[in-house]
Design a protein around this ligand. Structure first.
Ligand code: PMP
Length: 423
C-alpha cells in the first residue's frame, strides 16, 4: 500500500469522500488520489516521493509556477506582522488601486475569500442595482457552489454525474434561467420570456468547467448587445481567465466590456482570495457605502493580499508571459492534436492560450450537450496512464489543463512524448 492509499483510507473516515473539494477524489478514476507533499516550478511531489509534471497548477492560481520565490518571500514577510487584524490595512488599498488603475472596466473592487463568494456577491449587487431578480447562466458554466448557481453547473458536479445538488431549495434557483453556451438565440429567447426581469447575464467568457470551450465569434459581443438592449448587467466570471488570457483577462482578450467581473485563483497566487468589481455606479451600492450587504471576517487578509499583489505586479511587469503562454499552448495542445490526428483517434482538442482540454468524442465540443458526448471511461484510462508516465492532469474530462510560465519547451516535449505513447 502506498502512503497516498493509507492517507486516503484515513481521510475517508473523517472527511466526506476523503477530500475537501470533490474533483480531488479521483472519483471517476477508481484510485486513491495522490496526496501532495510539496511543489516547485512545474513539478509536484506526492508523499510517496513521486514527481509529476503538473498541469493542474492548483486549478489556475500558479501561473508563474509553484513556490515562486518572490511570492513566497512576500508571504513570509507579511507573516512577521501578524496573520490577520480584521481591520483596514494599507495593502488592501494598494491592491484595489493596482487593479482599478490597470483594468479599464474595474472602477471599484471588493475582496472576498473565494470565487464562490465573488460570484454570489456580484449577483446580489446586480440584483440590488437593477431591482430585478432573474439571472441568465449557461449550462456547463461553473460559478462556484452558491445555491442559485448550482444549476447545470459543470465542473465537479458534472464529473460526479449528478445534474444538480441536493439541498438546494427550488426557490433558490427559481430565478436562474439556463441558456446554451455559444447560442445567442437561446439567450435572446430567455430575455423575451423574462419580460424585463433579467438582472444579469453571467458567463465564463471562456467556458473552462465543462472542459475548455472557447466562445464562438460574436457570442460575447451578442451578450453585450442583449444586456444593453434589456438593461441587464453583463458579468464576466473571470475566476479562471482573469490575469491569465491577458492581464485584463478575457475582457481584454476579446475586447468585450462587462459591467461586473469576478476574480479568484491568480489574484490570490494560491492563497484563498476572490474579488468582484466593475462599474462605480454599481459597486457603490455595496455595504457600507450602499444597501447591498456583503462582508467577510478574513476578506482582504494581509498575507493573502501580499501573495496576490506580488503575483499581479510581476505579471503586469512581465506581460511577455502572455505571448509565451500562447506559444506554449500552441506547442502543447497543437502537438496533442497532431498526435491524435496521426493516430486517427476520435478526439477534440479544444484550447485557447494556456488552457486546453482533450475531449474523447468525435463531435466538436461547443457547449454542455456536446461536452457530455465524451467517453469518460476512455478519459479515465488516458488519465491513469499519463499519471503513471509522471504527468499530473485534472482527473476529470470536464476540467481544464493549465500551463504556467514554469512549463518550458523541454517539459512540453517530454509531455508530448508521453501523450504519444499513451494515446
Ligand atoms: N467561477 C469559476 C469560473 C471557477 O472556475 C470557479 C472554481 N473553479 C469558481 C467560480 C469558484 O471558485 P472557488 O472554488 O474559489 O469558490
Amino acid at each position: 500500500m502506498t502512503k497516498s492509499e493509507k492517507l486516503f483510507e484515513r481521510a475517508v473516515k473523517r472527511i466526506p469522500g476523503g477530500v475537501n473539494s470533490p474533483v480531488r477524489a479521483y472519483g471517476s478514476i477508481g484510485e486513491a488520489p495522490r496526496f501532495i507533499d510539496r511543489a516547485d516550478g512545474c513539478y509536484i511531489y506526492d508523499v510517496d516521493g513521486n514527481r509529476y509534471i503538473d498541469y493542474i497548477d492548483s486549478w489556475g492560481p500558479m501561473i508563474l509556477g509553484h513556490n515562486f520565490p518572490a511570492i513566497r518571500e512576500s508571504v513570509l514577510k507579511a507573516c512577521e506582522n501578524g496573520l490577520s487584524f480584521g481591520c483596514a490595512t494599507e495593502i488592501e488599498v494598494e491592491m484595489a488601486e493596482f487593479i482599478c488603475e490597470r483594468i479599464p472596466h474595474v472602477d471599484m473592487i471588493r475582496m472576498v475569500n473565494s470565487g464562490t463568494e465573488a460570484v454570489m456577491s456580484a449577483i446580489r449587487v446586480a440584483r440590488g442595482f437593477t431591482g430585478k431578480n432573474k439571472i441568465i447562466k449557461f449550462a456547463g458554466c461553473y460559478h462556484g457552489h452558491s445555491d442559485a448557481m448550482l444549476v447545470s453547473a459543470g465542473s465537479g458536479v458534472m464529473t460526479s454525474g449528478v445534474p444538480d445538488s441536493a439541498g438546494v431549495p427550488k426557490g433558490c434557483t427559481e430565478d436562474t434561467m439556463l441558456a446554451v453556451y455559444n447560442d445567442i438565440g437561446s439567450v435572446k429567447a430567455l430575455f423575451e420570456q423574462a419580460d424585463g426581469q433579467v438582472a444579469a447575464v453571467i458567463v465564463e467568457a471562456v467556458g473552462a468547467n465543462m472542459g475548455v470551450v472557447p466562445p464562438c465569434e460574436g457570442f460575447l459581443e451578442g451578450l453585450r448587445a442583449l444586456c444593453d438592449q434589456y438593461h441587464a448587467l453583463l458579468i464576466f466570471d473571470e475566476v479562471i481567465t482573469g490575469f491569465r488570457l491577458a492581464f485584463g483577462g478575457a475582457a481584454q482578450y476579446f475586447g468585450v466590456t462587462p459591467d461586473l467581473v469576478t476574480y479568484g485563483k491568480i489574484i490570490g497566487a494560491g492563497m484563498p482570495v476572490g474579488a468582484y468589481g466593475g462599474r462605480r455606479d454599481v459597486m457603490e451600492l455595496v455595504s457600507p457605502a450602499g444597501k447591498v450587504y456583503q462582508a467577510g471576517t478574513l476578506s482582504g487578509n494581509p498575507v493573502a493580499m501580499a501573495a496576490g499583489l506580488t503575483q499581479l505586479k510581476y505579471l503586469y511587469d512581465h506581460q511577455e508571459i502572455y505571448k509565451e503562454l500562447e506559444a506554449k499552448g500552441q506547442m502543447l495542445y497543437g502537438g496533442m492534436e497532431k498526435i491524435a490526428r496521426e493516430k486517427g483517434l476520435k478526439v477534440q482538442m479544444n484550447h485557447i492560450s494556456s488552457l486546453g482540454s482533450l475531449f474523447f468524442t468525435g463531435q466538436p465540443v461547443v457547449d454542455y450537450v456536446s461536452a457530455k458526448t465524451s467517453d469518460t471511461k476512455a478519459f479515465a484510462e488516458y488519465f491513469k496512464k499519463m499519471l503513471k508516465m509522471g504527468i499530473h492532469m485534472a482527473p476529470s474530462q470536464f476540467e481544464a489543463m493549465f500551463l504556467s510560465a514554469a512549463h518550458t519547451d523541454e517539459i512540453i516535449m517530454e509531455t508530448l512524448d508521453a501523450v504519444k505513447l499513451v494515446l
